[in-house]
Design a protein around this ligand. Sequence first.
Ligand code: ADP
Length: 400
Amino acid sequence: MNNKLVLVLNCGSSSLKFAVINSNSGDEIISGLAECFNLPDARIKWKIAGKKKSANLPSHSAHSAAISYIVEEIIKTEEGLAEQFVAVGHRIVHGGEKFTESVIINDAVLEEIEECSSLAPLHNPAHVLGIKAAQSAFPTLPQIAVFDTAFHQTMPAKAFMYALPYNLYKEAHVRRYGMHGTSHLFVTHEAAKALNQAVEDTNIISAHLGNGASVAAIKNGKCVDTSMGMTPLAGLVMGTRCGDLDPSIIEYLVTRQGYSLKGVMDMLQKQSGLLGVSGISSDFRDILAENEKGNKRATLAMEMFSYRLAKYIASYAVPLGRIDAIVFTGGIGENSHLIRTQVLALLSIFGYQIDDEKNKAARLGEQGTITVDGSPIAMVIPTNEEWVIAQDSVKLASNQ
Ligand code: ADP
């Protein structure tokens, strides 16, 4: 019974996603979500052995109460489970320039994660709360931080700099950091395996398309460019986020259209993207359904999504030179054959020819190449960020 289990925690400000992962197989033993923190109806739901369960948390609970519940009421009630834990792995959104790889959390690391809060004010403070709660709940287990930004730290300055006065980079840390690093890392390694190439010799473009979306150019297994910026607002069209836009629009909305700065930023984060353009939903399945019915704004939202992504992919031919594969991942990338068809059609100048049958078959967790033989390769690889976090956690915990 030596399964090396890791509790993977992804702490947000009002919710906490968790999973118990077998670090050897990647199997998810338990997965769940605690939500509505600091509200009367704080609650938790989870899945274990295919069974869905849920419970109310004490009114106005937050991270600490949720983690106690996970330990006492979920993990400890399964015989023999608690003894198999070797580490707690924390997903950390922003590691600034300090963290280029995963680390064991000590007081200095915790302080640095706290310092990065100015770069991710919605996420990092919640991560710190989660780490402190997990430290008290599991005082004997090593706590590991795995950063979304770490994989992108190999970008050269010409890719990560904004064309702003240089002292803004030196003094205020204004630069591109990129996100979804664990996902881009995971699919890079899986793509190399599928291509039968050493990861050090593999060039791919990885498109992580979920509620948040980003695309990364990976040369010789290392990130050389990515679409997200200093924050996750930049780049592709997303569920509710606008992605790239002319910065003067912000001034125009504040000085000419009566918005407050906070109002504009909320709108760019929460009411834009697929939701804003379609007026329907941020959920891609709703957009697909409305597109089927002939809703023109749903069609436009999809076209904008594909067009922006295809333009990014085409531009990454510049740093890569040779593209071994385009990889689609994330909820939309893994499941929507229509988006993949649209994107590859826009990239026909590179010779991509989609195989309709293979493209339609690649969904619901199925991995595979979706282009015809002889075409440059595009593939679908389901991501598994939790497994990366679990594996890094075990590696670091065993080196302790
Ligand atoms: P998150 O960024 O929250 O982790 P996911 O990677 O789970 O997001 O992706 C969520 C997105 O994937 C949603 O827009 C959802 O509609 C979309 N999606 C999920 N399943 C399908 C499907 N079968 N077809 C098309 N889109 C899907």
